[in-house]
Design a protein around this ligand. Structure first.
Ligand SMILES: Nc1nc2c(ncn2[C@H]2C[C@H](O)[C@@H](COP(=O)(O)OP(=O)(O)OP(=O)(O)O)O2)c(=O)[nH]1
Length: 199
């Protein structure tokens, strides 16, 4: 009998991706102090993928205790730009500065997902995508942020690929869903193998 699925994330796009795939999912955001965990791991020179993986596990663990009956998914996405870990821009000005820095260069998005069952981690995956940003004019960056701030403020890269953000890139090497924040295909593969979803 398939177990109930709980997404320990406040990310609308993650819930939307799962629901659009036909999965019934309950949302229970974990509400962690991510910044202090990130700062602690960066102080120990942790790799971006390890930071994303640990945060995803911590979010899943926090909610798994409340829902022992369910499969609980914790997620986290980090942006690796030339070895630095960027976070969601806190203001339109910060978004303009971040996009200006990334213009004409490549960065990576790493989307981690960890699944808990019976109070312990039973599956994990970190999806990695390399994005090549085109050279953007300062005027366009200003206009782009002014037009899209209410939407892009929730994205770690200050863009949404499924919206005007697609215009920022010349190539993307990796999985579309991973850019949006979830390694959806590996997750669906695992759920199918476990018999949690029909195929
Ligand atoms: N719709 C959309 N969202 C994006 C895109 N790129 C990144 N994101 C979002 C996905 C996540 O919601 C967010 C990454 O931040 P986090 O991994 O910390 O998740 P968030 O704070 O949203 O929720 P959570 O910490 O899981 O409760 O950025 C994109 O291209 N499109």
């Amino acid at each position: 009998m398939p177990k109930p699925l709980v997404l320990a994330s406040g990310s609308e796009i993650r819930a939307e991706m799962l629901r659009r795939a036909g999965l019934s999912v309950a949302v229970m955001p974990a509400r962690l102090d991510e910044d202090s965990v990130k700062q602690g791991m960066l102080a120990e020179d942790a790799a971006p993928r390890d930071i994303a993986d640990l945060l995803a596990e911590m979010k899943a663990a926090k909610v798994a205790g409340k829902r022992p009956d369910a499969l609980v998914l914790g997620c986290d996405q980090v942006l690796d730009f030339e070895g630095a870990l960027l976070s969601k821009p806190e203001s339109p000005e910060a978004a303009v500065a971040q996009l200006s820095e990334m213009s004409g260069k490549r960065h990576k998005l790493l989307s981690a997902c960890v699944a808990f069952d019976d109070g312990k981690p039973v599956w994990r995956h970190v999806g990695v995508v390399t994005l090549s940003m085109r050279v953007l004019s300062p005027d366009y960056i200003e206009d782009y942020v002014a037009r899209n701030w209410p939407s892009i403020r929730h994205s770690v890269g200050a863009y949404k690929l499924e919206e005007e953000g697609s215009r920022l890139f010349t190539t993307i090497s990796g999985d579309y869903f991973t850019v949006l924040g979830l390694p959806l295909l590996p997750l669906l593969n695992w759920l199918a193998i476990r018999g949690e979803i029909a195929t």
